[in-house]
Design a protein around this ligand. Structure first.
Ligand SMILES: [Mn+2]
Length: 228
């Protein structure tokens, strides 16, 4: 039996992702889930998408989910005019490398981002970028909630008593370990790999790693950021 592995927010850190894939020794026998937020902030959004597109093409057991950054990029591409779209990508998202010479999203990235599911349900887990707003009648149809919610209350019935693995909210390394050890029903896996410098909200010394969680052995393997 292969492993079931989950990797959270990569944010343009392609070297760090490659190093983590090496470290976990990913093979075709493994099932690998990604929790979204592949692009923006870091230096190489296109490089991260290239890795994921390549993985997905070569391994049927790789499942990338959408994050709020992919969702926002698609929304901007659809709704903004040319000038404001370029401003958004260059200055706000900071992922100009996703564009072609005409300042449009490159087709392969557009196609990939459009293909992303919002959550995955396994026998014993739900995987989702941010979480579920269980106050809603249909939390699994609520894209905005699944991609953006910060804290949410676990609902045993709606979650079918399954453990929920989320990214999105930078979580200190020790806290990630604690949640796993305590067998929490919600596990925040994002150690904010792009936060490698002093930050107004976070203690960056407790962040800066890209983590991979093994859903069966509960083992956590992390790679320190090597992109920035
Ligand atoms: Mn996010």
């Amino acid at each position: 039996m292969g492993r079931r592995l989950v990797i959270s927010d990569i944010h343009g850190c392609s070297k760090t992702l490659n190093a983590l894939l090496q470290k976990i020794n990913f093979t075709e026998n493994d099932t690998l889930y990604f929790l979204g937020d592949y692009i923006d902030r870091g230096p190489d959004s296109s490089g991260v998408l290239d890795i994921l597109i390549n993985l997905k093409e070569n391994y049927p057991s790789v499942f990338p989910l959408s994050g709020n950054h992919e969702y926002q990029m698609l929304k901007a591409e659809k709704e903004y005019n040319d000038a404001s779209f370029y401003y958004f990508v260059k200055n706000l998202a900071r992922s100009k490398d996703l564009l072609n010479k005409k300042r449009k999203l490159r087709k392969k990235y557009l196609k990939f981002m459009k293909s992303l599911a919002y959550f995955a349900e396994l026998d014993d887990y739900f995987l989702v970028h941010a979480g579920f707003d269980f106050r809603k009648k249909y939390p699994f149809n609520d894209a905005v909630g699944m991609l953006n919610i910060r804290t949410f209350k676990y609902d045993k019935k709606k979650a079918k008593n399954k453990t929920i693995i989320v990214g999105h909210s930078p979580t200190y390394y020790k806290k990630i370990q604690k949640q796993i050890k305590a067998k929490k029903k919600i596990i925040y896996l994002d150690n904010g790999c792009v936060y490698t410098k002093p930050h107004r909200l976070y203690d960056y010394k407790k962040l800066g790693k890209l983590c991979c969680y093994n859903l069966d052995t509960k083992e956590l393997t992390c790679q320190k950021n090597i992109d920035i």
